[in-house]
Design a protein around this ligand. Structure first.
Ligand code: FPP
Length: 237
């Protein structure tokens, strides 16, 4: 259905360029991240208005722990503050917050805030906002393989029965369709360990706009770009 209307069911965004946006204005990096909250709202509004059902945002990668401690701390604070402040509006809009990534490395406080946001927004039927937090594809795949291997070692799963479906079901994204469109802002043209398994047939778009400058109009442009793409999934027309 959504294919016929050329509206992607699932859009995933690598929100890049916060640091450069801050540097261009003589600001601290964390100010760039703080300025990245309004574009999240804009992307959500545009996704809901267009009938997109899943919006995944790459908010914190497993590699991001290597950033200077004040920046990591500021990001953690921002996540906590944002999920608390935004939850009432998300509930009103019918947005359900979900997460992918390994949360066990976050502090108890951050884990609690995230879990509360998930609980409070549970059942929202307009769209799912999936936050990738302490996420990377290689880590996700390694965790999935460990789970599958444990089942095989316990005699619950014969190795020759391990299929693409088995793997898909062991990933953090088991409940969601693959992304149809992946957008990375700031002009960088790479996936940086984001949804590598799931991106097999995704369309990719790399606009120049830095994430803090991203607007609803940019999201609409991404959908226009997607509508022009000829998706063949390895087949011929
Ligand atoms: C990448 O830009 C951005 C991040 C690592 C953080 C993304 C977080 C937000 C946009 C905050 C709001 C998010 C939520 C979910 C409330 P960068 O710092 O790598 O930019 P640079 O490449 O220009 O340095």
């Amino acid at each position: 259905m959504s294919e016929q209307k050329r509206i992607p069911q699932h859009v995933a965004i690598i929100m890049d360029g916060n640091g450069r946006w801050a540097r261009q204005r003589g600001k601290e990096r964390y100010e760039g991240h703080a300025a990245g909250v309004e574009p999240v709202r804009a992307a959500l509004r545009a996704a809901a208005r267009n009938g997109v059902k899943y919006l995944t945002l790459y908010a914190f990668s497993t590699e991001n722990w290597g950033r200077p401690e004040p920046e990591v701390d500021a990001l953690m604070e921002l996540f906590c503050r944002s999920v608390v402040n935004e939850t009432p509006e998300l509930v009103r809009q019918g947005v359900e917050i979900r997460m992918i990534g390994d949360r066990s490395r976050f502090s108890e406080k951050v884990q609690r805030y995230l879990a509360e946001a998930e609980e409070r927004t549970a059942g929202g039927a307009t769209l799912k906002l999936i936050l990738a937090l302490n996420y990377s594809s290689r880590d996700e795949i390694a965790r999935a393989v460990r789970r599958i291997a444990a089942r095989a070692a316990a005699g619950e799963l014969a190795p020759e029965r391990i299929s693409e479906t088995t793997i898909g079901e062991a990933l953090d994204t088991a409940d969601y369709p693959d992304p149809d469109l992946i957008v990375r802002t700031s002009g960088e043209c790479r996936l940086s360990n984001f949804l590598l398994w799931q991106a097999s047939y995704a369309e990719l778009w790399f606009p120049e706009v830095l994430w803090p400058d991203f607007t609803e109009a940019d999201f609409d442009r991404a959908l226009e770009e997607y509508a022009r793409r000829d998706r063949r999934f390895g087949l011929v027309k």
